[in-house]
Ligand binder design. Structure first.
Ligand code: GLC
Length: 564
């Protein structure tokens, strides 16, 4: 990290999920011209950076995270010329563009993989992690030929074994995610060079950085041993912070983004605070990381994705407090949701009667913490989870893979048994089309949308909220602007207040004598805070000014400036 290059610290990032943002040609799939049509919306919102989810050529087994060609745009989205128009349109409005890059795996349709499976001795033979497998002890359990078992016990993050037998090559290949996403072998210098080459191709075009997909998984443990004894057999957990990660990240920085005024944002599952500090501190190769600790609060360790665990506000506070106070010179992105998580108001707030209040309260949390805030498209409207009824309404490989695995293992009979948890957790909740207006397909498309539009679009939509000063959208706009003009919100010291309160989340942010106080009520009832609030000035709040400052109304949020 170069401390002089800090534009990304002051930025608010907006995540555009291209497949669901705006469809300009009526094929039901969002596209780049659609995004271009909405650039003024992004400028009005006041965001500084767009993070664009993958737009590369891809068979879309995992919504573009299975890349077939890193140097081409998916046909449904447009072409390079249109992408360049998008980049120019963003830059004209003072908005930077961060591309999502996938260095850990490719599509199984990528030319490297096709060559690797057909020609083991050729140039690409060692581009992926191929193993012959072990002699099988239990033939019935083998996903490959009856006499060859997978080389270890790792499971795919999306369910099922992390190894798939390839009959053409006569070997197993590793995939930490879907079977259509083979992991690259980063020990091979040609692989690394090939990836850097493709990253530079985009940097040359003038982009402003990368969000690096699961970048802390690229180095695999020596010898690929069976999983640790802690009961977590996902290959993902086994590959976090592998032995050569530091070397690869330093090399990547040197060969690619380090040569440009470009930000490097690591998506880093399971990363610890210490590791984050290490990667993003003064000598670290990354500018910020996205950690996952708060995303795990509502599931238990044993049943993971399949469980919903009741959590207590003090647990969330403990995670936030630790990351807010413990990063030292490091930096992180702050997020409550994205395309891999349910909608934030459904998960952390109340998507029923207090939707507006809780969505704005969560916005206050998101935009007043230390770090770079990430707003996922639609959260600025208070979009909610979708009431999924049938398997056919889903597209997420992670959800479908887990259902199939559970059916195969006899744990459930079918979708009906999974409906409740799917509604709570599926990534498709955050991928339904953006709600522009109250018309049939929410102004997203004139065709049939690839994922269903949430029925609440009749009330939750841009057109309605744009004209309403009390809307979630208006509140986001106000807060984004306030953050832009308040350095204490960006880099001020964070100090927890009332750490044991189970309803109110309160903290101070301080920079050079500017002292701010944030009060958030996470409860659907009134909460009295035991604080002296004399001589404070209210900068923003999601209710009218209160008669009694110490009483927070349901999901109330307030930001105060304290007297010097
Ligand atoms: C990241 C992406 C997710 C994808 C996975 C595999 O976590 O955000 O959408 O499925 O990596 O590429």
């Amino acid at each position: 990290m170069n401390s002089e290059r800090t534009w990304w610290k002051n930025a608010v990032v907006y995540q555009v999920y291209p497949q669901s943002f705006d469809d300009s040609d009526g094929d039901g799939v969002g596209d780049i011209p659609g995004i271009i049509d909405r650039l003024d919306y992004l400028a009005d919102l006041g965001v500084d950076v767009v993070w664009l989810n993958p737009v590369y050529e891809s068979p879309h087994h995992d919504d573009g995270y299975d890349v077939r060609d890193y140097r081409a745009v998916r046909d449904e989205y447009g072409d390079i010329a249109e992408w360049e128009r998008l980049l120019d349109g963003l830059h004209d409005r003072g908005i930077r563009l961060v591309m999502d890059f996938v260095p850990n795996h490719t599509s199984d349709e990528h030319p490297w993989f096709r060559a690797s499976r057909t020609d083991p001795d050729g140039e690409y033979g060692d581009y992926y992690i191929w193993r012959p497998g072990d002699p099988a002890t239990d033939a019935t359990d083998t996903p490959g030929p009856a006499d060859r078992a997978p080389p270890n016990d790792w499971q795919s993050y999306f369910g099922g074994p992390a190894w798939t037998w390839d009959a053409t090559r006569g070997a197993y290949y590793l995939h930490l995610f879907d079977e259509h996403q083979p992991d690259l072998d980063w020990t091979n210098p040609d692989v690394r060079e090939g990836i850097y080459d493709r990253m530079n191709w985009w940097l040359e075009k003038g982009i402003d950085g990368f969000r690096l997909d699961v970048v802390n998984l690229i180095s695999k443990p020596e010898g690929l041993p069976d999983s640790d004894s802690d009961g977590d057999t996902t290959g993902l957990s086994q590959c976090v912070e592998g032995p050569r990660l530091d070397e690869y990240l330093a090399e990547m920085r040197e060969a690619t983004f380090g040569r440009y005024d470009a930000v490097a944002i690591g998506e880093t599952p399971d990363i610890t605070l210490e590791e984050a500090r290490h990667h993003t501190g003064p000598d670290g190769p990354l500018d910020m990381v996205l950690h996952f600790e708060h995303m795990g609060l509502d599931s238990d360790d044993e049943d993971g994705w399949w469980s919903v665990r009741e959590w207590d506000l003090t647990e969330l506070k403990r995670v936030v407090d630790r990351w807010q106070t413990g990063l030292g010179d490091g930096w992180h992105g702050v997020y409550l949701g994205n395309h891999d998580q349910p909608r934030i108001v459904s998960r952390f707030g109340d998507d029923g009667g207090y939707r507006r209040e809780s969505a704005t309260m969560l916005a206050t949390l998101l935009l007043t913490l230390r770090g770079t805030p990430f707003v996922h498209q639609g959260d600025e409207l208070g979009m909610t989870n979708y009431p999924f009824e049938a398997r056919e309404e889903l597209a997420d490989a992670g959800t479908l893979g887990r259902i199939d695995e559970a059916v195969a293992a006899g744990r459930i009979d079918g979708f009906d048994d999974a409906r409740e948890i799917v509604r709570y957790r599926t990534r498709d909740n955050a991928r339904t089309p953006m709600q522009w207006d109250a018309t049939e397909h929410a102004g997203f498309t004139t065709g049939e949308p690839w994922l269903p539009v949430n029925p609440d679009h009749e009330t939750v939509n841009v057109e309605r909220e744009r004209g309403d000063p009390d809307s979630v959208l208006a509140y986001y706009r106000r807060l984004v602007a306030l953050r832009g003009e308040t350095p204490a919100l960006v880099s001020g010291e964070y100090e927890p207040v009332l750490p044991d309160d189970e309803s109110a989340f309160a903290y101070r942010r301080t920079l050079d004598g500017d002292r701010l106080l944030v009060l958030l009520n996470f409860d659907d009832g009134e909460t009295t805070v035991d604080l002296s609030l004399d001589g404070v000035t209210r900068l923003v709040g999601n209710y009218d000014a209160p008669a009694d400052r110490t009483v927070l109304r349901p999901y109330e949020a307030r930001l105060y400036r304290l007297q010097e």
